[in-house]
Design a protein around this ligand. Structure first.
Ligand code: SAM
Length: 238
């Protein structure tokens, strides 16, 4: 998928990117491949693959949820090189975005992206999600939390739901294995105060893969003991 094809595919989804936003994506692509030569950020480096597997893929939640085009607060947990958070921010400059990752070198890269693309209202937090979710200023504060390729759903729910506002959503960007993960997540959902409200299945263009997006609504406050200490959610899933 070349940049023009991305712009056209997004227009079909009512996401209209200006020339300036397209230029920001191109700058982001260049920074990603340049920095990737000296630090491991992604295995996907060919331009057409980055445009479909990182850029288009990151924006799929916006296809279904109009609220994401508004001035909502979003935390991207385990953002890595900025997916999906930075792409959502480029497409919707009104977002209040928090990017969280436990690897400081990735945060340094993201700071460069934020500076060079002149993105405002972006906060970078170097932390484990387990610590982030226990801090007063973040806990139950976000309209939306998003995560892609960080952990299985039962583990991911413990990392993400504690920072979602009551009535807000965690959107998990998943692959074809989502059904198995949802079946395993029943107990975690109950304990953390979440409820699966919506699942959307889609195929990325150009046979780039199947995706499932899961909207989990925060229906009850998450008990203070969650998330547990770093490493425990993965070692002993709820
Ligand atoms: N979300 C990005 C994407 O889709 O390309 C990055 C995915 S990468 C496979 C997983 C990222 O999650 C890594 O950058 C890793 O440092 C981060 N991560 C994993 N567990 C974490 C945790 N408990 N707290 C914070 N970050 C975490």
């Amino acid at each position: 998928m070349n940049p023009q094809e991305l712009q056209l595919s997004l227009a079909h989804q009512n996401i209209n990117l200006s020339d300036q936003q397209m230029a920001q994506l191109q700058q982001y692509f260049q920074l990603l491949v340049e920095t990737n030569k000296v630090m491991n950020l992604t295995n996907i480096t060919e331009e057409s693959a980055v445009y479909v597997k990182h850029f288009y893929d990151s924006l799929t939640p916006m296809f279904y949820d109009q609220q994401l085009t508004q001035a909502v607060s979003v935390a991207d947990i385990g953002t890595g090189a900025g997916f999906p958070g930075i792409v959502l921010k480029i497409a919707n400059p009104k977002l209040h975005l928090t990017l969280v990752d436990s690897l400081n070198k990735r945060l340094n890269f993201l700071q460069q992206v934020v500076d060079q693309l002149q993105l405002s209202k972006v906060q970078l937090v170097h932390a484990r999600a387990e610590e982030f979710g226990q801090q007063e200023q973040y806990r139950q504060q976000y309209d939306y939390v998003v995560a892609r390729a960080v952990a299985n759903l039962p583990v991911l729910l413990e990392l993400c739901l504690p920072v979602v506002k009551q009535g807000g959503y965690f959107i998990a960007l998943k692959g074809a294995q989502a059904e198995t993960e949802m079946a395993a997540a029943k107990s975690a959902l109950f304990k953390l105060g979440g409820q699966i409200e919506r699942v959307e299945k889609l195929k990325l263009p150009q046979a780039a893969g199947e995706r499932q997006l899961i909207w989990i609504k925060k229906v009850k406050s998450t008990p203070a003991k969650f998330p547990r200490k770093p490493g425990i959610p993965a070692r002993n899933p709820l």
